[in-house]
Design a protein around this ligand. Structure first.
Ligand code: E4P
Length: 218
């Protein structure tokens, strides 16, 4: 399973990239707004730090304008993945961009039918938003299971299932059990994944016992 971080904060991305755990980055207009920075600068900076796919989302909703924005974004670096909304114009743009070899992440997916259409349009990634479905009383992880099962029925589908809107560690574990290809996770949740109270307790005990030996390894 690949791990992407869902942020436009370059400091967080640098820190995570240094761990070797990071396979890519996703951003969206809200995350860019939160960073307070210019999208072209932020994406360029992220692409210098991360070799894997870096999703940069268009802000346009109309086909020609989506393509115009995609054309600017994809020139930033070869690992830019153009992110388009799951709308008729977004999928049409996805198809056109894929014909030209540009990686495309289709975002704001909330149904299996939408995911089938994205695959037909040749999407590199489909982004179902699990947390936002949970928020309205639907089980977001059921959607991941449906999409993974449907895509596995058709080996010619190369679209990767990218679990988005991840809100807690259990989302990640469930997505991995289902066999999703990628999870994009906010930096604070990635940090939570290291934690277990028994690890802290065990380490404290080892350190105490070690100190009592008076030894030093180096
Ligand atoms: C995915 O690409 C989106 O940027 C993101 O996961 C949305 O998450 P949210 O629902 O927490 O805003």
């Amino acid at each position: 399973m690949k791990f992407f971080v869902d942020t436009a904060e370059i400091a967080d991305i640098r820190e995570l990239a240094a761990t070797g755990l990071l396979d890519g980055v996703t951003t969206n207009p809200s995350l860019i707004a939160k960073s307070g920075r210019k999208i072209l600068e932020v994406i360029a900076e992220i692409c210098e730090v991360v070799q894997g796919p870096v999703s940069a989302e268009v802000a346009a909703t109309e086909y020609k304008q989506i393509l115009a924005e995609a054309n600017v974004l994809r020139k930033i670096a070869p690992n830019v993945t153009v992110k388009v909304p799951l709308t008729p114009d977004g999928l049409k743009a996805c198809y056109a961009l894929r014909q030209e070899g540009t990686m495309v992440n289709v975002t704001l997916c909330f149904s299996a039918a939408q995911a089938i259409f994205a695959a037909k349009a040749g999407a590199s990634f489909i982004s179902p938003f699990v947390g936002r479905l949970d928020d309205i009383g639907q089980n977001g992880m059921d959607l991941i299971a449906d999409i993974v099962q449907i895509y596995s029925n058709y080996p010619d589908i190369k679209t990767e299932v990218l679990v988005a809107s991840v809100r807690h560690p259990i989302h990640l574990i469930e997505a991995a059990k289902i066999g999703a290809d990628v999870a994009t996770i906010p930096a604070n949740i990635i940090k939570m994944l290291y934690n277990h109270p028994l690890t802290d307790k065990g380490l404290a005990a080892f350190m105490k016992d070690w100190a009592a030996t008076g030894q030093s390894i180096v």
